[in-house]
Design a protein around this ligand. Structure first.
Ligand code: NAD
Length: 374
């Protein structure tokens, strides 16, 4: 007689909770936010810092931990997409493994741009199957996007974020003063993500960008208008992310601008930043939406005028429909077999479409190239 095969069903709910906090003067020794999670006394911290930030703020970082009598192992790592690699990830893990941290009480701290926060988040997610971490974004891209969510990862085989995980930080500490030293190109790079958010999800943000965007860029977001614009942008971004943190729903508004020109920044010999690629994708998507009658000609012109007013660079990358189509195919794998392409349906609103054709893409490319030249 055969015994009936056994079957056990397991179910476990895991709550995700973390804070994104305005934290001016995060490196002021009297500010204890960086040490607000975990052990406070006789303790250590593994601190991953962007190399440029370390050059500019290294003394302040060392002084902070010395003041609090924390034994900090500070590791400076260069930013840049080429360093978002498995090699850098493994070298960080090896370094971390030579500096024992208590598994729960000594969170990893990362201070840097999106490349570093993505790398460090993945290190934290995988070391001992997960240790806590705190993120301090120092680029606009990380401040409004990369550091405030829970996704991390590294590139593999020339593909963006092919390895990665979802791992919530314990805290994200926002200090706008880091942006003071950020080169203008990287300020504009972050602005591209804010434009993306505005066009597809937030008309009032678009109006703020039209009114104050150029001034905010000039002041590197150091004045009150800059603070308001960033707070608004982050609030909207978090509002989009929170209900779908683990991306159970693959139709994501925040995938706008991440379909046709996805991952261009990892292409060999291509000097394009992530936000610059997103902007090109946003403009192409908006052109497609206009051709479908979802955006009026006036709406499309409004987007193009905003891009010009903000001084955003539309990178003169050849809009090759065949390559853009390949990107759509790759994204379809990521989106489980369907296009799920987010397009603006009127400014500040989003719909998902599944029927974009190669011919339509070709026509939109041609139209956008003509607009860019005129
Ligand atoms: N995880 C996510 O949800 C998410 C979202 C958006 C973007 N990203 C990722 O973010 C990455 C891009 O991030 P990034 O644009 O911040 O690039 P980055 O981290 O490479 O930083 C850009 C440059 O700025 C320098 N830098 C950083 N802070 C500085 C400062 N305060 N002053 C002067 N120089 C400074 C860095 O050294 C680097 O040269 C991409 O890999 C992208 O995929 C991730």
């Amino acid at each position: 007689m055969t015994s009936p095969s056994a079957c056990w069903h397991l179910s476990y709910l895991h709550r995700i909770e973390y804070e994104v906090v305005d934290c001016p003067g995060v490196l002021d020794p009297h500010n204890d936010a960086l040490l607000s999670v975990g052990n406070r006394e006789d303790t250590g911290r593994f601190v991953i810092v962007d190399e440029n930030v370390y050059r500019l703020r290294g003394a302040g970082i060392r002084n902070y931990f010395a003041h609090h009598r924390v034994d900090a192992r500070i590791v400076a790592i260069p930013g840049g997409e080429q360093n978002k690699s498995v090699q850098t990830y493994l070298s960080l893990l090896t370094e971390l493994d030579s500096y024992p941290i208590e598994r729960r009480a000594e969170p990893i701290i990362v201070i840097g741009g999106g490349v570093l926060t993505d790398l460090a988040g993945f290190v934290a997610a995988t070391y001992r199957r997960g240790v806590p971490h705190i993120k301090v974004p120092t680029t606009l891209m990380a401040y409004v996007d990369a550091a405030v969510g829970i996704k991390n990862g590294v590139n593999l085989n020339g593909h963006k974020n092919r390895l990665g995980s979802f791992e919530a930080p314990q805290k994200v500490l926002l200090d706008r003063t880091f942006l003071e030293t950020l080169p203008r190109r990287h300020i504009l790079n972050g602005v591209c993500e804010i434009v993306k958010l505005a066009v597809v999800a937030d008309l009032p943000l678009l109006e703020m960008l039209e009114a104050d965007g150029a001034g905010c860029i000039a002041s590197k977001f150091q004045d009150e208008r800059g603070a308001r614009l960033l707070d608004h942008s982050i609030e909207r971004m978090l509002g989009e992310l929170e209900p779908n943190l683990l991306e159970e729903n693959l139709s994501r508004t925040m995938d706008f601008g991440h379909t046709f020109v996805y991952g261009l920044e990892t292409a060999a010999g291509c000097d394009v930043l992530h936000g610059e690629a997103v902007l090109l994708d946003v403009l192409l998507s908006a052109t497609l939406a206009a051709r479908r009658g979802m955006l009026s000609d006036a709406d499309l012109k409004r987007i193009l005028d905003l891009v010009a007013t903000l001084g955003l660079v539309v990178n003169p990358v050849h809009l090759d429909p065949a390559e853009l189509w390949d990107s759509v195919q790759e994204r379809m794998l990521h989106r489980d077999g369907a296009q799920r392409i987010p397009l603006p349906d009127g400014l500040g609103k989003c719909v998902f479409v599944n029927d974009v054709t190669m011919e339509e893409l070709q026509a939109a490319c041609k139209e956008l190239s003509m607009v860019k030249q005129s």
